[in-house]
Design a protein. Structure first.
Length: 235
């Protein structure tokens, strides 16, 4: 039975309100958990720099940081709820073939994002922070390294987002292949250009040090090769 436009808008409004309700709930949880989240984000630095210290430059830094972390926590925690409501809203209007194509994306995209963020957190950060600290310690003039809390958190969160988004590469390529925009043969022929492009992207997205660029480019190259395995073979 077809529904009217008003019924569609009523359903959409209801689903948006549910998402906003969950966002508000998770924001409250995130605000309470913000100190623990901050400690987790600082752990890669404290593990390689146990005697180090960070700097608060304003009286309001603590409140602003907790508010920002609570907002980020709410966004990421609400994302699965938002994706479920989005899928429930659009799925009835899709063909079976379209549902089979889109449905896995809703699960794989967050999983790949978390995989990319985990790679940055557990592998990139320890190596990069150790490199940065040793580089600053080797300065010819007497110096004291004391990064600000806000600068550190901005760097860490940006890198988590960069790696999470970058790890969507195989999903994007496989989707383009499945809908017929690119062929497996064409991707294989463009492999050498893809390698150069990946290193250029890594150089743009990461800080201006060769270590971070390589540590982003290498997994992207691996994901590029994996994506080829899941593409449809040309007839």
């Amino acid at each position: 039975m077809k529904r009217t436009m008003i019924q569609h808008f009523a359903e959409l409004r209801s689903r948006v309100l549910w998402v906003l309700l969950f966002f508000a709930l998770f924001f409250g949880v995130g605000f309470i958990a913000a100190p623990h989240v901050q400690e987790v984000l600082f752990r890669p630095l404290t593990n390689v720099w146990p005697d180090g210290a960070v700097l608060y430059t304003k009286l309001t830094d603590g409140l602003f940081i907790e508010f920002s972390l609570a907002t980020l926590f709410a966004i990421f925690a609400t994302l699965p709820v938002a994706l479920w409501h989005l899928w429930s809203f659009v799925a009835p209007g899709l063909r079976v073939s379209e549902q089979r194509l889109i449905k896995p994306v809703l699960f794989l995209s967050p999983a790949l994002f978390l995989l990319g963020a985990a790679f940055a957190y557990f592998f990139l950060f320890p190596l990069a922070f150790k490199f940065f600290i040793s580089l600053n310690s080797a300065a010819s003039m007497p110096s004291m390294l004391m990064p600000t809390v806000s600068d550190y958190l901005v760097f860490v969160i940006n890198m988590l987002k960069v790696f999470g988004i970058a790890f969507q590469l195989p999903l994007v390529l496989v989707m383009l292949n499945r809908i017929g925009l690119v062929s497996r043969t064409a991707i294989v022929k463009l492999r050498r250009y893809a390698v150069v492009g990946i290193f250029v992207i890594a150089a743009v997205l990461t800080p201006p040090d060769i270590l971070s660029q390589i540590l982003l480019a290498l997994p992207l190259l691996a994901l590029f090769e994996i994506s080829i395995l899941f593409m449809k073979k040309d007839k």
